[in-house]
Write a protein that binds this ligand. Structure first.
Ligand code: NDP
Length: 449
């Protein structure tokens, strides 16, 4: 590494990907600094996966407390106190932020608590005007929630603000039909809010298996969540009493107390100095990189959501690791993007890996599918009419299981282990040879015939 620069590596953004890249590069001997304008930990830790999952746990008590009565527990009147959950979650986030800071410090990574922009192929400029030289620059600035360009859109909030609500609203409208929309539909509903999910198209979670997302829609409707499809927003008006009036094309207006935008996330590349430095950007502002995370400027790399490849934390972490091992560890590594498992923490959750049935039909011709449609025994005793659905997609030519899709309690926990089998290319016969673990829900995976 040349010593003519202040640092061997300057990372912009201390989220999941940036932190991993910084500490691994430092462990390989590089002199590393990371700039963070907000909070160390990034979206996942501060205002994404982690606090969301804690709210999902908190929300699920609504059903657990109800079901407990069928299991003999005398549960008195229960009341939910949002400020208690909110403040406990925010305190946990603060604890994790501290841990992330400690990790960087332990690895001798210098944390610069201000915004940094690129001012040359080997130079960044900090918000206070300081110019810093770096042999390599890594952009790991993540993405931000999109707010559509409709009149009054600013009256809505995004996932950035949702963790800080003063009080639980009585009615919520959620715009979008993807991950955030369905996860927060479940959360708000369990907290007794009336939820209306408004989608521009005619389907939710379009990258998931059709039968699985249909089951979520069915269960959500049964619970009382309302859906409006093919309903583009026209405008949002704030009324004198503080409530919102939402106008949708071809539909009656909706009155609500809260509007949550969940219509996707766009890369954070604005005003970063990238175009001036010659870094090529894609149509939505994403940094274009090659398989080694290198941009069109050889000394500038990018990982994570800012590249808009797969917007998932574990993928950003893998990219950060691969970047640091390749550039500073003399260990060329590329991320394998095949068979990435993913989950939606809805109520109940969905999880999937590999090809959906329709993807397999397009790619393989006529795949074989196996399904198990069952009512988990806990739901039976609880009198909860909520069925789970598991599905295996098999390539008939070689018997390999090329996709697993599930909806039901703990589906993401179960799928993580099952994803190993898909990644390893195991066959349906090998699933069948495995003896069931009884009584569990996951035994269905080896009992489908
Ligand atoms: P998603 O990409 O999941 O879904 C966006 C939704 O908004 C889709 O239904 C889309 O409709 C709709 N939409 C897009 N643009 C507009 C628009 N201009 N007006 C109206 N509707 C629109 O986005 P999210 O915001 O839910 O989440 C962002 C990303 O964060 C996800 O893609 C995911 O990668 C990540 N994430 C992952 C989670 C997890 O792993 N559990 C949890 C939360 C987020 P259409 O289908 O028609 O395009």
């Amino acid at each position: 590494m040349t010593k003519t620069y202040d640092y061997d590596l300057f990372v912009i953004g201390a989220g999941s990907g940036g932190v991993r890249a910084s500490r691994v590069a430092a462990a390989h001997g590089a002199r590393v600094a990371v700039a963070e304008e907000f909070r160390v930990g990034g979206t996942c830790v501060i205002r994404g996966c982690v606090p969301k999952k804690l709210l999902v746990y908190g929300a699920h008590f609504a059903e657990d407390l109800q079901d407990a009565r069928r299991f003999g527990w005398e549960v008195g009147d229960c009341a939910f106190d949002w400020p208690t959950l909110r403040d406990n979650v925010l305190a946990e986030v603060e604890r994790l932020e501290g841990i992330y800071g400690d990790i960087l410090e332990r690895h001798d990574v210098e944390v610069v608590n201000q915004r940094a922009t690129v001012s040359g192929a080997n130079e960044v400029t900090l918000a206070d005007g300081t110019k810093v030289g770096a042999g390599t620059i890594l952009i790991a600035t993540g993405a931000h929630p999109v707010i559509p360009d409709v009149p009054g859109a600013g009256h809505g909030i995004t996932s950035n603000e949702v963790f800080h609500l003063e009080a639980m609203p009585r009615r919520v409208v959620i715009a979008g039909g993807g991950y955030i929309a369905n996860e927060f539909a479940g959360i708000f509903h369990e907290f007794s809010c009336h939820v209306t999910l408004v989608n521009r198209g005619d389907r939710i979670l379009r990258h998931y298996d059709e039968q699985i997302r249909d089951r979520l829609l069915q269960i959500s409707l049964m619970k009382g969540i309302e859906f409006k499809f093919n309903a583009p927003f026209e405008k949002v008006e704030k009324q004198e009493d503080g409530t919102l009036r939402i106008f949708l094309a071809g539909q009656d207006p909706i009155e609500t107390d809260l509007l949550l935008w969940a219509v996707g996330r766009a890369p954070n590349t604005a005003d970063l100095g990238l175009e001036a430095a010659g870094v090529a950007l894609g149509k939505n502002g994403a940094i274009l990189v090659d398989e080694d995370n290198q941009s069109s400027v050889p000394s500038i790399y990018a990982i994570g959501d800012v590249t808009d490849r797969v917007q998932l934390t574990p993928v950003a972490i893998r990219e950060g690791q691969a970047f640091a091992d390749t550039v500073f560890g003399n260990k060329p590594t590329r991320v394998d993007y095949a068979n990435i498992p993913s989950a939606v923490f809805s109520h109940p959750p969905i999880a999937g890996v590999g090809m959906t049935e329709s993807e397999a039909r397009n790619k393989l011709g006529s795949p074989k599918t196996y399904t198990s449609d069952f009512r988990p025994m806990k739901n039976v005793l609880a009198g909860r009419n909520e069925r789970s659905l598991y599905k295996l997609v098999v390539d008939e030519s070689n018997d390999k299981v090329v996709g697993i899709h599930m909806i039901g309690p703990d589906a993401p926990e179960i799928l993580q282990a099952a994803a190993i089998a898909v990644k390893a290319g195991l066959t349906k016969a090998q699933f069948d040879e495995t003896i069931a673990l009884h009584p569990t829900m996951s035994e269905e995976l080896v009992l489908m015939r």
